[in-house]
Design a protein around this ligand. Structure first.
Ligand code: IPM
Ligand code: MG
Length: 357
């Protein structure tokens, strides 16, 4: 049966970088007779412009009937002053919630060809390979009550709620243990149990399921220390599991350690294996439309999609090899450029990957 991908290019540089991933998909379809079909949908600001909301039921239905979703990026200054309920980011949060994409995998891998692009010393980051498993459909991002209220003295007060139930913690915890089993078997759970009750429960649940994974070494660390350790000695980590907000912050930090946030893909998965794949970097409105963005994170997101949602590891391997090859050739977009290399534009990078394929 034909497999079908839903493409959600989104806003900012999203359409430019998605176009390059599609070139790669077209090429693989032809070369390997993959017969992967694709449809387009709207999410984020582009959906607000057309429908008045950042995500429609139609896009959700399209996503649910697909075998995998490739997202570019959402958001930009044009929509920043809108009511919070219809901002582009809401579309992203809603699709995560509606598809129950609770497990967000964010690898931070240092490409040997780019070792000098890191802000840390080469020896601290050489061969870095961390995977952050971020809980994506709970925590303070979705907790109720939330809002801004007016107190008796007339002052306004903003409030949000950080909640995690045992079953939510256990679900992401087991997921992270299973992933750690396939890697270096070290799992570090990050929370703030010295202050927050919810974190105390998080630590307890993580500890209680650990017995089922005797081959994995579990450690617990407070989030402030985790942030410090990430920039002090990042190689001590293998897999990190954490809640939604801490994962948001730490994954940006970890991505930057590689010096090439423009290279990093991510996956958001539900319990049935349906996944949404997107570059870790955002919509970069400051460089949108200039044709200089790095398409490799999106191309590598397609790689993850083929590997994890379509079970086409041969095709995925080919993409990974082609990306390695263009880096070996010295091709660099502006974000990863260093002296002596060949600076290329978004479409030239995409074309080079197709050529390498
Ligand atoms: C991310 C982004 C989103 C988040 C925003 C755009 C809603 O920062 O995917 O990390 O906070 O989850
Ligand atoms: Mg973020």
């Amino acid at each position: 049966m034909q497999k079908k991908i839903l493409l959600l290019p989104g806003d900012g540089i999203g359409p430019e970088i998605s176009a390059e991933a599609i070139k790669v998909l077209d090429c693989l379809n032809k070369k390997m007779n993959l017969d992967i079909g694709y449809d387009y949908g709207l999410i984020g600001g582009c959906s607000v412009d057309v429908h008045g909301v950042p995500l429609t039921d139609e896009t959700i239905a399209q996503a649910k009937s697909s075998d995998g979703i490739l997202l570019g990026a959402v958001g930009g200054p044009k929509w920043d002053t809108l009511d919070r309920a219809i901002r582009p980011e809401k579309g992203l949060l809603k699709i995560r919630a509606d598809l129950d994409l609770f497990s967000n995998l964010r690898p931070a891998i240092l490409y040997p060809q780019l070792a000098d692009a890191s802000s840390l010393k080469r020896e601290l980051v050489a061969d870095l390979d961390i995977l952050i498993v971020r809980e994506l459909t709970g925590g303070i991002y979705f907790g109720e009550p939330r809002g801004v209220r007016t107190l008796e003295n007339g002052e306004r007060q903003g409030y949000n709620t950080l909640v995690y139930s045992e079953s939510e913690i256990e679900r992401i915890g087991r997921n992270a243990f299973e992933i750690a089993q396939k890697r270096d078997k070290r799992l570090c759970s990050v929370e703030k149990a010295n202050v927050l009750e919810v974190s105390g429960l998080w630590r307890e649940v993580m500890g209680s399921i650990a017995d089922d994974y005797p081959d994995v070494e579990l450690s617990h660390i407070y989030v402030d220390n985790a942030a410090m350790q990430l920039v002090r000695a990042p190689k001590q980590f293998d897999v990190i599991v954490t809640g939604n907000l801490f994962g948001d912050i730490l994954s940006d930090c970890a991505a930057m350690l590689t010096g090439s946030i423009g290279m990093l893909p991510s996956a958001s998965l539900n319990a049935d294996g349906l996944g949404m794949y997107e570059p870790v970097h955002g919509s970069a409105p400051d460089i949108a439309g200039q044709g200089i963005a790095n398409p490799l994170a999106t191309i590598l997101s397609l790689e993850m999609l083929l590997r994890y949602s379509l079970d086409m590891s041969d095709a995925a391997d080919l993409i990974a090899k082609a990306v390695g090859s263009v880096l070996d050739q010295g091709l660099r977009t502006a974000d990863i450029y260093s002296k002596g290399m060949m600076k290329v534009r978004t479409d030239e990078m995409g074309d080079a990957v197709v050529k390498a394929l």
